[in-house]
Design a protein around this ligand. Structure first.
Ligand code: IPE
Ligand code: IPE
Ligand code: MG
Length: 228
């Protein structure tokens, strides 16, 4: 039977930028640059086909282990992205929310991130950008806030309403490019019943057609949620 659940939230693990560059004998930084262009194209496409919530994994709490040069290049790309993409996001009715830890990110970058969130606030479509994000840290943060609010025991609903994406339904579909079969600490709480779609396509090569293929596959899945 075709899966009747509407697809309202897609999350992407944008992996494979480095391998894309290596295949071309380029520095990894060029892979991230190509990946940033793909990110813009894919997010726009998801909006065009009526997906209300999109989450992308841009930088994990573990990605600080990479050489400083690569980390700096990723944050530079982010700053340029914010400067260039703001008008397009507004035109396309997309609200941006950064999810992840603020600690560790330079203040000038944090200021830019806040400005982007403010200027795009209140639009119908939501784009969550996971930056300096870790799923386990997110769950600990939610629980710690609940404790600070005076809770001594917590429910699943309590945690769901205290994770970063509380204003969105859980992702229906998580797409990972680059062919690795793991979540790499992404949306651990929210992914409980997400359908997973893994493709060998490297993120910079991802096209709207590949998104269509993932959605077609999603529609063929039978989401049982433990039932029959
Ligand atoms: C994903 O691509 C982007 C980030 C993690 C920032 P990678 O940089 O992990 O690319 P590969 O996996 O090395 O090819
Ligand atoms: C996951 O990719 C993080 C992002 C896409 C931002 P990684 O390349 O960091 O994941 P691992 O190291 O293969 O698990
Ligand atoms: Mg990788």
């Amino acid at each position: 039977m075709d899966n009747p659940s509407p697809l309202s939230h897609i999350a992407f693990i944008m992996d494979g930028n480095g391998r894309w560059a290596a295949k071309r004998r380029l520095l990894r930084e060029y892979g991230h640059k190509a990946g940033a262009d793909t990110f813009r194209r894919i997010v726009n496409y998801c909006g065009e086909i009526g997906i209300k919530y999109v989450t992308v994994y841009a930088f994990s709490t573990e990605n600080w282990k990479r050489p400083k040069r690569e980390v700096d290049a990723i944050f530079d790309l982010l700053c340029r992205y914010i400067d260039n993409y703001l008008p397009e996001l507004i035109e396309r009715n997309v609200s941006v929310r950064f999810i992840g830890e603020k600690r560790g990110i330079k203040t000038d970058i944090l200021d830019k991130m806040s400005l982007l969130e403010e200027k795009t606030n209140g639009f119908e479509k939501k784009l969550f950008i996971a930056l300096n994000y870790g799923g386990r840290a997110e769950i600990c943060g939610a629980v710690n806030r609940l404790i600070a609010e005076g809770k001594t025991t917590v429910t699943e609903d309590d945690i769901s309403s205290h994770v970063y994406t509380s204003e969105a339904p859980d992702p229906d579909l998580i797409v990972r490019t680059g062919g690795e079969y793991r979540l790499s600490n992404f949306l651990l709480w929210q992914a409980a019943y997400a359908e997973l779609y893994i493709t060998d396509t490297l993120w910079p090569d991802m096209t709207p057609h590949d998104v269509d293929l993932a959605i077609e596959e999603y529609k063929r899945r039978n989401r049982r949620y433990g039932g029959l």
